[in-house]
Structure formats: structure tokens, C-alpha cells
Ligand binder design. Structure first.
Ligand code: MSP
Length: 502
């Protein structure tokens, strides 16, 4: 037997200072679709998500609620897990930066780098955004009413001046440029160029990786100086090592690490390339295989976010579209790596109604009802209409290429929708309800349904399972799926999958 190929996929670990919204679901659902797809094609898949629980932002959020940070994050983590459950997120581990094994990894990494002389003591000052947990330079921040503001949150920055420890990021300039220029890690390519330009265009400065405990006490203690806590980003990035047992199972770690795919939003590109690749090098670990970067969901012209007041709530989406599949499909359909997308209820409604309710749902319902009525529920045929089924085979090929090699979930779904549209046109033109024996026509349609649901399985798993069960369709490896002749299908019922919204 061929050994299984590993596939390790991660999301950013989210700040649990507030409930997750559509922006967070965007990344998480996309990563889930890739994880499910890779499991189906036979890869040994590990999907990691989690929460980034330390730092000033969380410390303050807890203070505002009058509870301890740990109590606060525990309650928020329950909310995160609940939402990911409602959206059918198939993660293998939910990592928390307050987990014991993670704390060990962070202390170990800091210690190793300190011993290597890559961490040193110094002072810093600068304009800080607590929401981003990062400093902004004069070329990055916005001046509003004569005061520096965060370019993302548009809130006033805080002047911060204190003693710290630095990580020698500057020493990795040549390594980073070499790596970024010669390896196809960052995808899509224009994001890779963005990082290269930033490194070339400005001095690569060392970064502060510690905070004095008297100001930020909610964090992991720096192992070589107990007066400081580790900076949240240095702490958080290391979760990707914790998740696959970096310190406790070297064999397992090596295996999954070789196929690491980080899914991130473009806001955290710098940390996940320049900073992270240098940290890994400092620990003698290879860079990840891929960093898949997506753009923003925009609402009313601004990046969707809690602090911008334009966040779309996951509950509201689940309430409107009635199933996790509906929401998962919509996210996948609007997903865009390269470009920001503006969302609105009317856009989501129209995709849902025309693609899920009409194109997919109606076809399944009609095919099911016709097989039951005209053929007493049992379908077989020795002949088939190739013009339609050839299109199904083409769709399989295109879908696998788009999703498996180019990570283009939205375009891949449009392929399936194109096929289903053809099937709907076919049913309208052959009018099986008027034929005395529509076996050939319904069999042809059944093969198209089989292909389509197999491809849609990673995106809308519950609906697909329902159809497979109702129509006795076998689900399998999307790479091997093809049109068959001479099979028998027993149709138990004709499910109604998606009810239209108005
Ligand atoms: N905690 C850090 C990540 C540490 S990873 C080692 C963080 N957390 S966050 O809660 O702010 O989540 C950021 C991620 O959420 C983004 O990178 C992106 O993946 C997702 N999104 C949040 N809002 C979004 C949009 N409006 N649009 C698209 N994705 C968005 O940063």
C-alpha cells in the first residue's frame, strides 16, 4: 500500500476578545474545505485551529468585564468551539496558547534563541495598536486630527516606551530574501512580492518580543528574565509547532511539518512570512510549504471587524440560511484569495437562491421524484447520454485542478454549478415526465448528480450525505470520480435540500 501523504493545514489562532464573525468564519471554513478535500483524496490530514489568548488586548477585555483573564478566555473559547461546531468545522486540534504544552514550546523556543545570541535586551518606543497588538511606523499609520491612528482599526495609537528584549530579525535579511525569491511558498504570488518589497525597501529591524510584567502581566513568562512576558505574536506563531507535538513527538512533528499549509488573511502576512520564517530558521526548522493568503471581506466599504461595527454575525447567517451547509457554501462561493469582496444580504441571498435552492436543490428533488414516480424508485440503464456526461467528466478534472492545485474554491464551485445548469437544461429539453420509459435520461441525470455531490462533499457535507443516502450513491475519492454505466440506484426519497429565502 502506498504510504499516505501528510497534509497539515492551519488557520490563524483568533483573539477571543469577542465572538467570531463572518471574517473569522471565512478563513476557518476555507481551511475546513481544504482539510475535508485532502482527507477524501486519501491524505493523512491534520487540521489545526485555536485561540490566541495572551497579551494586553485580552488583559484589558477581561478587566473591562471584571473577571480574570483566564475566566474570560475560558468563557470565550466555549463560544468559539460552539460556533465551529455549528459550522461543522472538522479540526483535529483546537490549540489554546494557555495550554501547558504550548507554554513549554514558547519557553523552549525563547531559551534556544537566547542561547544562540538571537535575543538581546534593549529599549523601545513607538506607536502601538492594542487591537492589532503591533507597532506602526510613521510610513504606516494614519494621521487623523494630528494624531497617529491605526490604518486598520482607525483608532488612536498608544505611545509606548519601555525596556524589552529584541529578536534579531535583521540578521535574517539575506535568508528571507533568498527564500522568498526562490521558493513558491507565499500564494498568490503578488503577496510574496509585497513581502520582498517591504524587506528590500526598508531596513529590516529587530523586533521586540517581550513586555515588562508590570504593564502586560497576562502572558507567558520569559524563561531567562521573570520580569517580562513574551510578546503575543512571538507566543502565537509558535502554536503551529505545538499543534503537532513539536516537543513531545519528533517523528510526528517532522512528518506533518513537511506539508504545512498556513491559511491567513492578508493583514497578518508580515508576521507569517518575515517574522515566522526567521523564527523557524532560528530553531533550525524549515519554512512551511505554503502560506495561503486571502483578502478581506468588506462591509459598507470597510474591512469587516468587531471594532468597525460592521461585523456580520455567524448566528444571523445560520438563522437566515437555516443550515451550516448554506453558510459554508456562501463563504466558499464569495471566497477570494487575491481580491477584497464586498458582502451584502442581497448578494448572499441571490447566490443561495439561484445556486443552492434552484440549481442544485430543484434538480435533486425533480430527479428523485421522477425516479420514484416513473420507475418505482429503481433506476438502471445500459445506455447513457454522452453529451451531458462528458461534461461531468470535464467538471471533475477542472474541479480537482482548481481546488487541489490552485486553491480556487469559488471557481471550482462555479464549475459544478455550470454542470448542474446543463443538467437542468437537459431535463427541461428531454422532458422525462412525458416519456414512457425515461430510464436512459434519468440515469444520465443521476450520474451527473453523483459527480456533482461527490465534488460538493467537502463544502456541504450534510446535504451531500443526505442525497447519497436517499439515492444510494457511493461517495468516494474526488480524484477518481467518473461516470459509470450499468449501475443500479435505489431512490428512497426525494429530499428538499434548501428552502428559498426572501
Ligand atoms: N491572533 C492573531 C493571529 C495569530 S496567528 C499565529 C489575529 N487574530 S484575529 O482574531 O484578529 O484574526 C485574524 C484573522 O481573521 C485574519 O487573518 C483573517 O484570517 C480573519 N479575518 C478577520 N476579519 C476578516 C475580514 N473582514 N475578512 C477576511 N478575513 C478576516 O490576527
Amino acid at each position: 500500500m502506498k504510504p499516505e501523504t501528510p497534509f497539515y493545514i492551519t488557520t490563524p489562532i483568533y483573539y477571543p476578545n469577542a465572538e467570531p464573525h463572518l471574517g473569522h468564519a471565512y478563513t476557518t471554513v476555507f481551511a475546513d474545505i481544504l482539510a475535508r478535500y485532502h482527507r477524501l483524496i486519501g491524505d493523512d490530514t491534520f487540521y489545526l485551529t485555536g485561540t490566541d489568548e495572551h497579551g494586553l488586548k485580552l488583559q484589558r477585555a477581561a478587566e473591562a468585564k471584571g473577571v480574570t483573564p483566564k475566566e474570560f478566555v475560558d468563557s470565550m473559547v466555549a463560544i468559539y468551539r460552539n460556533f465551529w461546531g455549528l459550522l461543522n468545522i472538522s479540526y483535529n486540534r483546537f490549540v489554546r496558547t494557555t495550554d501547558e504544552d504550548h507554554i513549554k514550546v514558547v519557553k523552549y523556543a525563547a531559551e534556544v534563541m537566547y542561547r544562540k545570541g538571537l535575543i538581546y535586551k534593549g529599549n523601545y518606543s513607538g506607536w502601538y495598536c492594542v487591537d492589532c497588538e503591533k507597532f506602526y511606523s510613521a510610513s504606516e499609520y494614519l494621521m487623523i486630527d494630528g494624531r497617529p491612528h491605526c490604518p486598520i482599526h482607525r483608532k488612536p495609537l498608544e505611545w509606548t516606551e519601555e525596556s524589552t528584549y529584541y529578536f534579531r530579525l535583521s540578521e535574517f535579511r539575506e535568508y528571507l530574501l533568498n527564500l522568498l525569491k526562490n521558493k513558491d511558498i507565499v500564494y498568490p504570488k503578488h503577496f510574496r512580492q509585497e513581502v520582498i518589497n517591504k524587506i528590500v525597501g526598508q531596513e529590516l529591524l529587530d523586533i521586540s518580543i517581550a513586555r515588562p510584567k508590570e504593564r502586560v502581566w497576562w502572558g507567558i513568562e520569559l524563561p531567562f528574565d521573570k520580569n517580562y512576558t513574551v510578546y503575543v505574536w512571538f507566543d502565537a506563531l509558535l502554536n503551529y509547532l505545538t499543534g503537532i507535538n513539536y516537543l513531545s513527538d519528533k517523528e510526528r512533528f517532522r512528518r506533518y511539518w513537511s506539508s504545512t499549509h498556513h491559511v491567513i488573511g492578508k493583514d497578518i502576512l508580515w508576521f507569517h512570512t518575515a517574522v515566522w520564517f526567521a523564527m523557524l530558521k532560528a530553531l533550525d526548522i524549515d519554512p512551511p510549504k505554503k502560506v495561503l493568503v486571502h483578502s478581506f471581506i468588506i462591509n459598507k466599504g470597510l474591512k469587516m471587524g468587531k471594532s468597525s461595527g460592521n461585523a456580520v454575525r455567524i448566528e444571523d447567517l445560520l438563522g437566515r440560511y437555516l443550515s451550516s451547509d448554506g453558510v459554508r457554501y456562501l463563504i466558499a462561493r464569495i471566497f477570494n484569495l487575491g481580491k477584497d469582496v464586498e458582502v451584502s444580504t442581497s448578494l448572499l441571498d441571490s447566490i443561495y437562491n439561484s445556486e443552492l435552492a434552484d440549481n442544485l436543490g430543484n434538480l435533486i428533488r425533480r430527479v428523485g421524484v421522477l425516479i420514484k414516480k416513473k420507475l418505482k424508485g429503481t433506476l438502471s440503464s445500459e445506455s447513457i447520454d454522452n453529451t451531458l456526461t462528458d461534461k461531468a467528466d470535464t467538471a471533475v478534472h477542472k474541479f480537482n485542478k482548481l481546488l487541489g492545485e490552485e486553491y480556487e474554491i469559488s471557481t471550482a464551485l462555479q464549475e459544478v454549478m455550470g454542470l448542474l445548469k446543463e443538467a437542468n437544461a437537459y431535463i427541461n429539453s428531454v422532458r422525462p415526465w412525458e416519456l414512457s420509459d425515461p430510464s436512459k435520461e434519468l440515469y444520465t441525470l443521476m450520474e451527473v448528480v453523483k459527480v456533482a455531490i461527490n465534488l460538493l462533499y467537502p463544502v456541504i457535507p450534510e446535504s451531500v450525505s443526505k442525497v447519497a443516502e436517499s439515492f444510494s450513491i457511493q461517495l468516494g475519492n474526488p480524484l477518481d470520480i467518473s461516470v459509470d454505466v450499468g449501475k443500479e440506484y435505489v431512490v428512497k426519497e426525494a429530499p428538499i435540500l434548501f428552502k428559498k429565502v426572501r
